[in-house]
Design a protein around this ligand. Structure first.
Ligand code: ZN
Length: 497
């Protein structure tokens, strides 16, 4: 069937992407970008053909009486959504977006290197215009951001997100200030004592295998920015990076990517080679990586189990350190400039700031030349730091160099959903911590498999959360989690209210 061919084309493209990020020599860039654009163009043309439309019309009749969550009804529903969105974008606009993204990239890189926003400004201007055109082509009722969000996190609106962020901001901004006043309570110097890079990579791989990442259907390589990528249920790969002088990067990078990887590995094989075989959305995907990375990997029971083997592996740097001290070190929270390096508490503020600026740009309240100043002002008020230059400010992320606005909120949704799921997991598996302390991760993995992984893209983020937890998306469990955890770590006495 056509859908299977389209999936195969995308997966072939993914193999090329993986190679580009891991082993391809620098000279391969030009040829590789031509191959990638040919594959995606062929896939796009095949998928948006009238033939697929006719098949969908027929299939919709055939599945009308089937249950909402059946494979057949889900396949038709999800394919219809993808198809309608893809058909709404004129081919010229798709091509212009591809051209303008690759044109903007080197200027963003140069601007960042020289910390000079003016070099990038004309390209950002163009990208805002293209984002607006995408929103107009897709259509929306209230705000242009809704149209863009519907592609990344279907069912969610900018207003809903604004409400979630407002609740988060009210809880986090004072917590960050509180932690800053008690900064000395947590000492993370042990993480910088020098850890042999090869041993770190090996230890990270052993750890993710122990959590349940299947190495028969996966492997780990090194790349500048860690990522996970799936070529199908039988081949789901992760990458990591390593830093001798900062322990967190490699291990937590690997656990994060393995969280994505286990999700991919767990999608039902019955859905293979269809539009449904993928994560539900970037936000739901991120909920799985953050759940394993933070809610499991940065928990005390986790370190009770893993610390003895860690100490055996790194005897010198861990001399005189115990599991509890190590747990405290890996959880140190401090305001910092770079989103991807931010800790659990401050992370969502970095995302909120980008969400607000994207809306302001899209709705015409913010002119491009004023973006750096707006960034720095928000940064000061949320995170409490003066941004020293645009390299560590507005130019840090790659995202605005291509056209995709509305991608950042997925990072915060991931945190929010991970805590909602964990609340439910703890009510279903009441002795979860005892399992983790014994190194038994199969119960947790089995739960996620049953409630999240196996469904692939059958449900939107909102539908999935509702189905699993019985309620709507809410940041309350995440707020309760960070207040409890960091209140205890920093001795903030938050349990009083
Ligand atoms: Zn991730």
């Amino acid at each position: 069937m056509i859908l299977a061919e389209v999936v195969d084309l995308h997966r072939a493209g993914a193999v090329l992407d993986w190679d580009q990020e891991t082993y391809m020599p620098p000279g391969g860039v030009q040829n590789r970008s031509e191959q990638a654009s040919t594959l995606s163009e062929v896939a796009h043309r095949r998928f948006t053909s009238d033939e697929v439309g006719r098949l969908l019309d027929d299939a919709e009749g055939a599945v009308a009486k089937m249950p909402f969550d059946s494979d057949e009804a889900s396949l038709v529903r999800v394919t219809r959504r993808d198809y309608d969105l893809a058909r709404k974008l004129p081919a010229e606009l798709v091509a212009e977006i591809a051209r303008s993204s690759s044109a903007a990239r080197p200027f963003w890189q140069q601007a960042r290197r020289e910390a000079n926003f003016a070099i990038f400004a004309p390209y950002l201007e163009k990208n805002i215009e293209l984002n607006k055109r995408v929103a107009e082509a897709l259509g929306y009722e209230k705000r242009p951001y809704d149209a863009l969000l519907n592609r990344t996190e279907p069912g969610l609106t900018a207003d809903q997100l604004e409400a979630i962020f407002a609740e988060l901001k009210a809880a986090i901004v004072p917590l960050v200030a509180d932690i800053k006043r008690h900064a000395d309570a947590v000492d993370d110097s042990v993480l910088h004592r020098g850890f042999d890079p090869d041993k770190q990579i090996r230890y990270a791989l052993d750890t993710v295998a122990a959590l349940g990442y299947d190495l028969e259907r996966g492997r780990q390589d090194i790349s500048t920015h860690p990522f996970s990528i799936a070529f199908g249920p039988g081949d789901v790969r992760i990458t990591t990076r390593v830093n001798r002088d900062f322990f967190n990067e490699c291990l937590f990078g690997s656990i994060h990517e393995a969280g994505h990887g286990m999700y991919f590995q767990g999608i039902g094989r019955n859905l293979d080679r269809t539009t449904v075989w993928d994560g539900a959305s970037p936000g739901v995907h991120e909920s799985q990586s953050r759940l394993w990375e933070n809610l499991v990997g940065r928990s005390l029971p986790f370190w009770h189990y893993f610390f003895p083997s860690l100490r055996k592996t790194f005897t010198e740097p861990l001399e005189g350190v115990d599991a509890e001290a190590f747990y405290r070190a890996v959880n140190k929270s401090y305001p910092s400039f770079i989103r991807v390096e931010a800790d659990e508490v401050t992370y969502n503020l970095h995302v909120l700031l980008r969400f607000e600026l994207e809306n302001d740009m899209l709705e015409g309240r913010l002119k491009v030349r004023d973006v750096p100043e707006a960034w720095n002002e928000l940064f000061k008020s949320y995170i409490g730091l003066d941004v020293p230059n645009d390299r560590e400010g507005v130019l840090q992320d790659i995202h605005w160099s291509f056209v995709g606005f509305a991608e950042f909120p997925g990072y915060t949704l991931g945190n929010v959903i991970s805590a909602q799921l964990m609340e439910k997991i703890r009510s279903d598996i009441t002795d979860l911590d005892a399992h983790i302390e014994r190194g038994e991760f199969a119960t947790l993995l089995g739960w996620l498999q049953e409630h999240v992984y196996k469904h692939g893209r059958k449900f939107t983020p909102g539908e999935l959360v509702e189905r699993v937890t019985g309620g709507p998306l809410t940041p309350k469990p995440w707020i309760a989690y960070v207040r409890k955890k960091f209140g205890a770590l920093y001795g903030l006495g938050l349990d009083r209210d």
